[in-house]
Design a protein around this ligand. Sequence first.
Ligand code: KG4
Ligand code: ZN
Length: 345
Amino acid sequence: MKRNRVEEDVYILAIESSCDETAAAVVKNGREVLSNVIYSQIDLHTLYGGVVPEIASRQHIEKINQVIEKALSEANMGLEEMTAIAVTYGPGLVGALLVGVAEAKAIAYAAKKPLVGVHHIEGHVSANFIEHPDLEPPFVCLIVSGGHTHLVVVKDYGEFEILGRTRDDAAGEAFDKVARAVGLGYPGGPKIDKVAKNGNPHAVEFPRAKVEGAPYDFSFSGLKSAVLNYINHAHMTGEEIHVPDLAASFQNAVVEALVSRSVLAAKELGYSKLAIAGGVACNSALREGMKQACEKEGIQFYYPSPIYCTDNAVMIGTAAYYEYINGSRHGWDLNAVPNLKLGER
Ligand code: KG4
Ligand code: ZN
């Protein structure tokens, strides 16, 4: 990809509001974090066992100004010093996205700054650049979040080839549903991760689904049903469920599916670098499983710190930097696109 020469430092004020985190950050030249402010609504949604879209939008409206002001003040910079304003415009909850998009447009218009709309998943992938100055495309990346499970080749900054995706539930969704079924509550991923540490991952052999003719695709609904059936059966027969064993066995099945396909893709397609991204990339068993498999195959493995795996605005600022230097600009007609496809602009 042809890149424009950038003579001066680029400061981006980035905004993220696609789900239940209201976040803003200031990022210098794509990889230097000057501030990272996240207001998480999780405690509020926990009361309802999942994200309530209407509550999310209202909370974003309440918090967004404070979060942006804090991001600028922690960076010790003023709005006038920003080079551009970036915002996630999809995919995500439409009402939640709209709050960030409207805010970014208003700020960019008032401050006479260019506006850069960012794809949320491109943001998750870009989280890997923040702490790894040596990482450059091309590489294989597994994106696993609450709403997405994609295996892609990052061909260049902002340029993706999708190798595989989930045919049904996203990996994080499976974690959340299984956690709810065993009474661990929301959000399920971190809770399963924690209790699984005291469990035996081979206690229950759950099915490993393969998608016929699509070696890089995933399917988690069969596994989720198998876990629910296991729980129902135990309830009916009065058997006690050992939650740590169940959590560890379920987690092991998910991790095996994610690791085997990602490593196969890197090997078959000849890539020497593999990265993971998204909320589920926090999972300790996934990180360990990937690390071991990559070491065995001589693949360099990259993963962001947990704070950059779950939703944040630094990753949006990093993605926006590469979009910006490649000439991407959005107009005042930028809208929230809840089902924005990866690679679409
Ligand atoms: O990327 P993210 O913050 O939001 C989306 O874009 O979806 O991902 C949230 C998802 C939730 O499903 C949550 O349960 C999962 O990431 N998650 C985890 C862990 N931490 C968060 N899943 C497994 N293990 C974890 N440690
Ligand atoms: Zn996300």
